[in-house]
Design a protein around this ligand. Sequence first.
Ligand SMILES: Cc1cc2nc3c(=O)[nH]c(=O)nc-3n(C[C@H](O)[C@H](O)[C@H](O)COP(=O)(O)O)c2cc1C
Length: 162
Amino acid sequence: MDTLEAIKKRRSVRDYTDDPIPREDLKKIVNAGRLAPSGSNRQRWDFIVVTDKETLQKLSKAAAWSAKAGAMIAVTLNPSTKYWVEDGSAAIENMLLAATALGYGSCWLQGNAKPYEDEFKALLNIPPNLNLLSLIPIGVPQQWPEEPDKKPLESVLHWETY
Ligand SMILES: Cc1cc2nc3c(=O)[nH]c(=O)nc-3n(C[C@H](O)[C@H](O)[C@H](O)COP(=O)(O)O)c2cc1C
């Protein structure tokens, strides 16, 4: 699948079979995150891939539907880096696109500043100085959602000036 096709196809998928995801595919997805741009190329990120069912169940406190994902990728960043949110977001989007290209459903689940952030950090043994920016469930989709409502191109595209 080419890049523009993956961008068009990507959806937030929240309904999975509980099939496992091959480790090789999970590595490809994380590798896509690793290759993202980051401010001054600092790459102050880490990716924790969770496949253990019991841990996945605990993480589904973030969203009950995510319990059926075959894996969850926790994205941590060091907030002492000026552009940590932008860096992490670029990595997350790369992983969402990679998951789409491999035929998996995924969704951006907010981690940072959520009431469960500290609990999940303890569960995953994340050092206190790192933030849990996001959790990305990866699953075999039950069905591919319809395209969500998106603003038309003409309403957001401006040429030359606002
Ligand atoms: C920063 C951010 C946080 C999000 N947090 C959640 C979340 O906690 N739970 C959830 O179900 N979806 C979450 N989403 C997914 C959005 O709801 C989704 O992207 C939006 O509805 C558009 O749908 P689409 O992804 O299919 O284009 C988040 C997306 C972003 C970018």
